[in-house]
Design a protein around this ligand. Structure first.
Ligand SMILES: [Zn+2]
Length: 274
């Protein structure tokens, strides 16, 4: 997971957001949701609008899941995910859901079905265990004992909530997460934010771990080649390899968080691999 600036612009300097007509519809739908609350019939044509909203989310999040950074390759499905769940809250039975944020641009994220829905962690070659299911659904946990801070309606301030989930458009996930040499994600110094975020979005699932491991090994290989080229005084090779590494580090690359972590801890990873 990496930070994504929701107010960033595209290559031509254009704001990355849905057109005004979508915001007009969202305001209207929000008014209806506020009046109807738990009786509201959610309009997918607004909160998951394929024509006006989805392309903006795809552009904003670099065609990647906002949480696990898996790229949506041609044909892969993506979900529009409500960071604060719209219809119910798993941790608070009588909560009506954050219905007033169901059509709010700042509450909508692009997610893969594995992070957003409840999915099994299926067996892998050489590892026949079926591990417990995971995925976010309607979870929105707060710190232990902090339920009193939870926003219950539109008049409450969501920024007063003692939230546990790392918000990739608000927090810097790189402060909270680390990766082991197998590509598995860990909470840095067992911090509760990283731990809960990893649990809720099911970020330890094995296919994801293995996909991160491929990028991790690739990055380590690059760093070794750069080191070698430097020791040989081959400036052209160093320049070329560093340019490619820069590409891997950029927010648009798959699992950029892993690449950045390896680079920031290169002494450890290179030593492990020698
Ligand atoms: Zn994901």
């Amino acid at each position: 997971m990496i930070f994504v600036d929701r107010y960033r612009k595209d290559e031509s300097g254009r704001d990355i957001r849905p057109p005004e007509s979508w915001f007009d519809d969202a305001v209207e739908a929000t008014e209806l949701a506020k009046n109807e609350r738990s009786g509201h019939k959610w309009d997918r044509n607004v909160y998951a609008d394929e024509a006006r909203l989805k392309p903006a989310l795809e552009k904003l999040f670099f065609d990647k899941c906002a949480y696990c950074e898996t790229k949506f390759l041609a044909g892969a499905d993506s979900d529009v995910e409500h960071f604060r769940p719209k219809g119910r809250v798993a941790e608070r039975k009588k909560h009506p859901g954050y219905y007033w944020l169901g059509y709010k641009w700042e509450n909508l994220y692009l997610s893969c079905p594995h992070c957003n829905q409840l999915r099994k962690d299926k067996p892998r070659w050489g590892d026949p265990r079926t591990l417990p299911s995971g995925g976010k659904l309607d979870q929105f946990p707060l710190l232990d004992g902090a339920e009193a801070t939870r926003a219950m309606g539109p008049d409450d301030d969501i920024y007063e909530e003692a939230t546990l989930l790392i918000d990739p458009c608000y927090d810097d996930p790189e402060w909270y997460m680390a990766y082991d040499p197998q590509g598995q994600v860990l909470a840095l110094e067992d911090n509760p934010y990283g731990e809960k975020t990893i649990e809720v979005f099911h970020l330890k699932r094995r296919k994801l771990r293995d996909a991160r491991k491929v990028i991790m090994d690739f990055t380590i290989h690059f760093l070794e080649k750069i080191k070698e080229a430097k020791s040989q005084g081959n400036e052209d090779a160093v320049g070329f390899l560093e340019e490619l590494l820069e590409e891997l580090l950029s927010a648009s690359s798959e699992y950029a968080g892993v690449v950045r972590f390896v680079l920031n801890n290169s002494a450890v990873f290179l030593a492990d691999n020698s």
